[in-house]
Design a protein around this ligand. Structure first.
Ligand code: ATP
Length: 234
């Protein structure tokens, strides 16, 4: 469903991602783990079209999208939930959800249908549709950011550090919802420095210095004390 081959990416003279190759089959949940500055956000940004690709390719469902505009990638089904969520704090929950499909020219019935599906999936959003996004807790905002991405009916969801800034109990509830997305068969790539992400994943890649240095089944990586010690700095 998603194939990254030999991808290098960065900012001007700064190369943050070096020859990374990763692959996600349809319905797989894959975790990209690495410490601060490992290059996770840069890699996800390159996939989403907001960080410059210097070499390599990004393929979505067999189609080369390496040089497509970000908005075209969303239409094609690749959607990023950025680190820090980037919601519109002074808009309501409902407006935040609807804004993501504003450019898709959906019928009123289709918009309503998608909204209903998303609030069914995140009951906390159903109760708070009129609340301003900026007044919600961090965990609720993360659910909203994921809900906003789901409104576009993605083929592949990129979740950049969904646990950032959340208390441990909220991290668990966010990962419980990610596990529910996995059960629905959505293809998901999660970047995390919190090894809890491995519990919701099928496979994982370890990133350090912008390079993939290890990969394997999630349970194998989760049981590897060296990975936590060397690459996550725990
Ligand atoms: P974090 O968990 O802190 O977000 P990360 O694994 O997502 O870390 P990146 O944010 O991708 O890592 O950073 C990778 C490298 O790219 C770092 O050396 C960082 O300083 C550099 N970098 C990130 N953003 C920029 C930018 N806008 N301009 C220049 N260098 C950048």
């Amino acid at each position: 469903m998603l194939s990254i081959r030999g991808l290098s990416a960065g900012y001007g003279q700064v190369r943050a991602v070096h020859e990374v190759s990763i692959h996600l089959a349809e319905g797989e949940v894959v975790c990209l783990i690495g410490a601060n500055g490992a290059g996770k956000s840069s890699l996800m940004g390159a996939m989403a079209g907001i960080v410059s690709v210097l070499a390599g390719t990004v393929e979505l469902a067999g189609q080369d999208i390496t040089h497509d505009r970000p908005r075209q990638r969303v239409r094609d089904g690749l959607v990023l939930v950025p680190e820090g969520r980037h919601l519109f704090p002074s808009l309501s929950v409902r407006q935040n959800l609807l804004v993501s499909v504003a450019a898709l020219k959906l019928s009123r019935a289709e918009r309503a249908q998608r909204l209903e599906e998303v609030v069914d999936f995140f009951p906390v959003l159903a109760e708070r549709q009129r609340q301003l996004a900026g007044t919600m807790s961090g965990g609720e905002q993360q659910m909203l950011a994921i809900g906003r991405a789901l409104m576009t009916r993605p083929k592949v969801l990129l979740l950049d550090e969904p646990s950032t800034g959340l208390a441990p109990a909220l991290v668990e509830s966010v990962f419980e919802r990610i596990a529910a997305l996995r059960a629905q068969g959505l293809t998901v790539l999660i970047s995390e420095q919190n090894a809890i992400a491995l519990t919701a994943s099928d496979r994982g890649y370890v990133l350090t210095g912008g390079r993939v240095v290890a990969e394997g089944p999630a349970d194998q990586l989760a049981g590897d004390a060296d990975i936590e010690r060397i690459y996550l700095g725990l």
